[in-house]
Design a protein around this ligand. Sequence first.
Ligand SMILES: NC(=O)C1=CN([C@@H]2O[C@H](COP(=O)(O)OP(=O)(O)OC[C@H]3O[C@@H](n4cnc5c(N)ncnc54)[C@H](O)[C@@H]3O)[C@@H](O)[C@H]2O)[C@@H](O)CC1
Ligand SMILES: Nc1ncnc2c1ncn2[C@@H]1O[C@H](COP(=O)(O)OP(=O)(O)O)[C@@H](O)[C@H]1O
Ligand SMILES: [K+]
Length: 501
Amino acid sequence: MSPLAGPILTAAEIRGAEASAMAAGATVDSLMERAGQQIAVAVRRLAGANAILVVCGPGNNGGDGYVAARLLREAGLKVRVAALAEPKTDAAKAARAAWPGGVEPVADAQPASILVDALFGTGLARPLDAPDVPLPSSQRKLGSQAASAEQPPQETPASAGVMARNGAAATPITAKLRALAQAATLTIAIDLPSGVTTDDGRVLSDIPVFDITLALAAAKPSHLLQPAARHCGTIRILDIGVATTSAAQVLTRPNLPPPGPDAHKYTRGMVAIVAGSMPGAARLAGIAAMRAGAGYVLLLADDHSGPDALVHKPFAPQAIADPRIGALLIGPGLGRDADAVAKLDATLVTDHPLVIDGDALHLLKGNRLTTLATRDTPLILTPHAGEFDALFGASDASKIKRARAAAVQANAVIVFKGADTVIAGPDGAVRVAPGASPWLSTAGTGDVLAGAIAAMLASGLAPLEAASAGVWLHGEAAHRAGAAFIADDLAQALSAARATE
Ligand SMILES: NC(=O)C1=CN([C@@H]2O[C@H](COP(=O)(O)OP(=O)(O)OC[C@H]3O[C@@H](n4cnc5c(N)ncnc54)[C@H](O)[C@@H]3O)[C@@H](O)[C@H]2O)[C@@H](O)CC1
Ligand SMILES: Nc1ncnc2c1ncn2[C@@H]1O[C@H](COP(=O)(O)OP(=O)(O)O)[C@@H](O)[C@H]1O
Ligand SMILES: [K+]
């Protein structure tokens, strides 16, 4: 059981990885047995001596549930199994047959302290209560064995009163899942919370928020993309003996060594920031760049406010021509007037590595973006959802797909911000940031991020690594800043985030 890290695989990619494992000698049954073993070990650790209810679906996710239930029972735990329908796959049928206990219809299942959700995993194809969902009758016991004597028939739960018997009406499965989850003290989803898609972070049904999700073999996009990610709780990856690789990875702590003994301010990186009609935003970015470790930060602004360490110069073509500039940031508080356009155009013709944020992203629309894509100096764009839609068009596709396509179009690293920040490079490389503090949703935190990324780029990191390191430092600073911080506090906290190396 390892923390959320490593490759992120779509449903098709995970099927490919399983197929490779099978080509190398594994069988669906051996993979399921291994998955069930790993799940049982994890659940046993989490459950203590508490009673467990495993709810199983018709596919291989359900199969994993039957295997885990059997192994937990063999380990002496009190386990009951409830099923939505008879198993459909051969492996799940075999797993069900090997479960020595009874199987109750989910509709009739009484809650237990520990709820294990093995209804659906990567095969979920439609909302849980879509009309063609086969629902077992509450009167019929599934499988060959009725509930055993040690599990006497129980009272019909109040929630079962709303269960539809013909699958066409009401919302019985989600309502039942919510009721079972509410009555449990710990809820554990196998692979994914049932009711979320695998690849794009959608939540198809009104499902509970789980405490723990045990992801099999690797993370999937919906473990990281919102709103699905918030239903996963704490995510742990279980090694089920399937080798996984992907160009998409969970964002992890960067390797940022402290300055060497021979460092000077220019070797640490010089950041220049173009200020505009709201100079506070550029100042925040400047402070953030310094606190993220830049050696020299130049604010191209007419006023002289801000910490003394921030060097001020009025914006002028000579000022941005300085060859020592390692990253030039434009956008925070730039405005969109003629002055902003003139500054942007002067910036775009320099050869400096660029970070473009905020207002400047709106001004890129059209020809400027096309021209920018032909540049071959490092370029990072940091749009939030509104800026992204304005620049690249709105779409229902997954945030990962959209960020990748935008990176190709702009020939740039894209930092698609939000509660689930996705970083994508034009070569298809992707990093997705797990669970940033929701307290980041306050004005000015994007300016801080842009400054941190500019500092990383000026230090000489490649654009994808610079963007990744900036996003990580920003998230770590937010974690350290606690609750209800303001963007100024966040910028200050970058020093401590940087010191965690
Ligand atoms: N395929 C393999 O080799 C392995 C798969 N594993 C497990 O198998 C899961 C994937 O298995 P499956 O592909 O069988 O998929 P699922 O177990 O997620 O279920 C898919 C089945 O449910 C049906 N279905 C989809 N949405 C439904 C809905 N809303 N209501 C009712 N029925 C619906 C599908 O038609 C299909 O029969 C993984 O998440 C993982 O838990 C593991 O056992 C490891 C090995
Ligand atoms: N709910 C949230 N959870 C985690 N991070 C968030 C959330 N909302 C916003 N953020 C982060 O906060 C920053 C906000 O940036 P942005 O929208 O540009 O704000 P501003 O322009 O006011 O600085 C981004 O880094 C974004 O990823
Ligand atoms: K599940």
